[in-house]
Design a protein around this ligand. Sequence first.
Ligand code: 3PG
Length: 307
Amino acid sequence: MTKVLVATEKPFAKVAVEGIRKIVEQAGFELVLLEKYTDKADFIKAVADVDALIVRSDKVDAAVIEAASKLKVVVRAGAGYDNLDLAACTAKGIVAMNTPGQNSNAVAELAIGMMIFMARTQFNPGTGTEIKGKRLGIHAYGNVGKLVASHAKGFGMKIYAFDPFVKKEEMEKEGVTVVNSVEELYAVSDYLSLHIPANAETKKSIGYNLLTKMPKGATIINTARKEVIDEEGLVKAFEERPDLKYASDIMADNHAILIEKFGMRVFATSKKMGAETAEANINAGLASANQIVGLIKNGDKTFQVNK
Ligand code: 3PG
């Protein structure tokens, strides 16, 4: 029987797992669950005889792929697939997919929440500021960036964006001011919301040069990936600019140093929680299950990322 493994170190909400089970079993497949595993060896063992795999941020590296001798498809239930070793998948003829857009609103709402949280002194006593009327720079206008822009408009923010992969007119028709360079974006942003993927070009791409271009009192909101930040550059910029603030959905590698040096100017969640809503889990989880059934039954490769 075709086996589908859900391997999630950070599990889906129960309701999402039930939905995944229904789709998998209705297709005549078997669901295998490996949740909250702490030992990579358990993942390697579980993947050995499965045909399909659903993960979240779980690392599907060469060792996992090597152990998965029957694997035909792996779906990253989410947007960023930097946790999948695409070359290893391709080498073994495994289709790798993501589920773009399915958890975007949850991440976008967290970005807005983090902006307000930072503006209001992390909900500690003290005089904060309002986000109304402030300039918000959206660094990459994909599914999440677009939603952050739309929600932020409701708060009366002025929206700017830079994304060389999206047509200028598309952003402009949504009331966004499109700037011509990434430098220009940072220079106009009281708040800068990061939505770039983590890849060879973007890793450590946000550092001293961009951060020191930001206006006085600016805040960087990172619900993308910690890897896109040049942490040494951030430290240098923050030492030079005591007005800057940084909020991140997941701790930087040097989080302890950042807190020690900059205290309340820095905030990070202990576990990535952008997509931690029942709705996002249901959307991305069910989409993953449907994509697996679609591929195995009908050869549907929509959302394949290792073409
Ligand atoms: C994504 O890329 O979709 C988000 O970062 C969500 O990651 P998660 O599934 O680990 O919560």
